[in-house]
Ligand binder design. Structure first.
Ligand code: KG4
Ligand code: ZN
Length: 349
């Protein structure tokens, strides 16, 4: 079975092809991403109108390249899958409508995929043992979720951020420090040169018994710290080392909370496999510290390769492939939904 996936929920236009193997796990034949990040960086964040216009312009070329790299024709595709939400509605519509049109023309099935399901399952792409029941931590720009995964489409929400997502916290602190968008990679780069012990930022809810997160206090903490370092409170007046130490402190506060809550969830759920996904999971320090925490508890940690952590279409095609295996096709009138929840349980932001 050959599945074509399209992703256009935010600022990446992406197309991927995944093919089932006899008696084995499906193989990614191609994964092409055209990023609009340099464009949106000029405005300090994603401009929805600009994103959808650029998806429309970029999609035909990205589709052609993905088919060429895979060495397949559009006529070989058995299933068309596309992100249906959550995301920017006008951006979602571009990829979603394209996938539906292709499915209609080719008389092949269409599958609407929840973007968060794509992230959630992405660590298992290409894994020899395939998808297994596990505890999933999804850390993206819009969501921080702890999910008990029993199988394809069988998800229970264990914890979520009550305010900002982890990626959002990185992005907002970066904006406050006038670092370029997106903030995660920028803070990460500077944190590598900083001292994480100099500033002890709050770790809200870390020791509360529930599994929810709260990251919005971090930006306030940084806001109050700035004037103690430079009278002007202007981040441009900060000495280089102060800036790097601030970034290291922020990164470590986020990592500590994520690891602490994930380990608590593993204990409560009894899972011996943890998978971490989403844009923030490409953070090397988070990966290393999470790996160490798992090693100590004899838990297996499954991580996606860095190129499948941020938005891509391979994760959409993979989720489409798994859904096709259980016959979970979608009618062509399935709408896009900017606030789409993972079905089954009440998964909210
Ligand atoms: O999953 P993703 O590409 O998009 C969403 O679905 O939101 O995640 C993007 C988020 C952004 O907040 C970005 O700042 C963050 O992932 N991010 C990182 C790193 N690379 C991207 N956060 C921390 N460290 C990184 N190296
Ligand atoms: Zn994403």
């Amino acid at each position: 079975m050959l599945v074509l996936g399209i992703e256009s929920s935010c600022d990446e236009t992406a197309v991927a092809l995944i093919e089932g193997q006899a008696g084995g796990e499906p193989r990614v034949l191609s994964s092409v991403i055209s990023t609009q990040i340099p464009l949106h960086r000029l405005y300090g964040g994603v401009i929805p109108e600009l994103a959808s216009r650029n998806h429309s312009t970029n999609l035909p070329g990205v589709l052609k390249e993905a088919l060429e790299q895979a060495g397949r024709s559009i006529h070989d595709v058995d299933v068309f899958a596309s992100t249906a939400g959550p995301g920017l509605v006008a951006a979602l519509l571009v990829g979603n409508t394209a996938a539906k049109a292709l499915a209609l023309t080719a008389r092949k099935p269409f599958i609407a995929i929840n973007h968060m399901e794509g992230h959630l399952l992405s660590p298992f792409i290409g894994r020899k043992e395939g998808l297994v029941p596990h505890l999933g931590l999804v850390v993206s720009g819009g969501h921080t979720l702890l999910i008990d995964v029993q199988g394809t489409g069988e998800y229970s929400l264990l914890g979520r951020s009550r305010d900002d997502a982890a990626g959002e916290a990185f992005d907002k602190v970066a904006k406050m420090l006038d670092l370029p968008y997106p903030g995660g990679p920028e803070i990460d780069k500077r944190a590598a040169l900083g001292d994480a012990t100099r500033f002890t930022f709050p770790r809200p809810m870390m020791h509360e018994p529930h599994l929810d997160f709260s990251f919005s206090g971090l930006k306030t903490a940084v806001l109050y710290t700035l004037p103690t370092l430079v009278e002007s409170g202007n981040p441009h007046d900060l000495p280089e080392q102060d800036m790097n130490d601030l970034c290291a402190g922020v990164r470590q506060a986020i990592i500590d909370v994520l690891i602490h809550k994930t380990m608590k969830a593993a204990k409560q759920s009894g899972h011996k496999v943890i998978a971490v996904s989403g844009g923030v999971s490409c953070n090397k320090e988070l990966r290393e510290q999470m790996a160490e925490a798992c090693r100590r508890r004899k838990i297996e940690l499954v991580l996606p390769p860095a190129h499948f952590t941020t938005d891509n279409a391979a994760m959409i095609a993979y989720a489409g492939y798994l859904r096709a295996q259980i016959g979970a096709y979608s009618p062509l009138d399935t709408p896009v939904d900017p606030n789409l929840k993972l079905t089954g349980k009440q998964l909210r932001k």
